[in-house]
Design a protein around this ligand. Sequence first.
Ligand SMILES: C[S@@+](CC[C@H](N)C(=O)[O-])C[C@H]1O[C@@H](n2cnc3c(N)ncnc32)[C@H](O)[C@@H]1O
Length: 206
Amino acid sequence: MLLSPQAERNWEGLCSVLEDVLEAQSHRQLLALELGSGTGQHVIRFAQKIPFVTWQPSDITEESLDSIKAYIAATHVKSVLQPVHLDASAPWEKWAGLSHRSCDVIVAINLLQYSSFETAKGVFTGAAQILKPNGLLITYGVYAINGTITPSCNENLDAELRKMNPEWGLPDIDVLRQLAYGNGIRLERIIEMEEYFKCLIFRKLD
Ligand SMILES: C[S@@+](CC[C@H](N)C(=O)[O-])C[C@H]1O[C@@H](n2cnc3c(N)ncnc32)[C@H](O)[C@@H]1O
């Protein structure tokens, strides 16, 4: 079972955002897909706090899938499905057999800065197909804004990420906004979180 200290610190803030943006739909059962679930800590906490959502965790690494399974087994949460292997950079038809317009919500936490631009493209083209009309795509992370990264701690983070992998780095909100728009998805809201992190709330148009 993997443990991410950062996930232990940020899950509550993320959970509040989810409760807030999903509240209006709490009268019905929703299906949420998590991309790049990592350890599985977030999805377990969200399931414990938000009972009207069924969660489908996913990741590309076996290590993550094993960890998520271990959290499900240890916590006995009923509303988290077994994790699936899903490469977000792949065409949506390869997204673990998920159907067209099957999900109400897609969540990607700290995925876009730790993956290539191909993954960002995959996330938006895939979300356009997998989300129901009016469905939400929620991304969390640190971002560049109009080509600028501030303050210096974020510049350092961007440099560290690029050192780990030249294809990684802070994605630009404006680039994501355009990518989304080209796929029929609108950036609806930016929520400021702790330490310069932000949640971007995108909505798939009808
Ligand atoms: C920085 S970790 C974040 C994990 C978790 N969401 C969190 O915040 O604790 C990034 C995760 O994205 C996964 N990942 C990277 N590229 C991916 C891709 N193309 N498709 C799906 N998952 C990917 C990695 O395996 C890793 O688990």
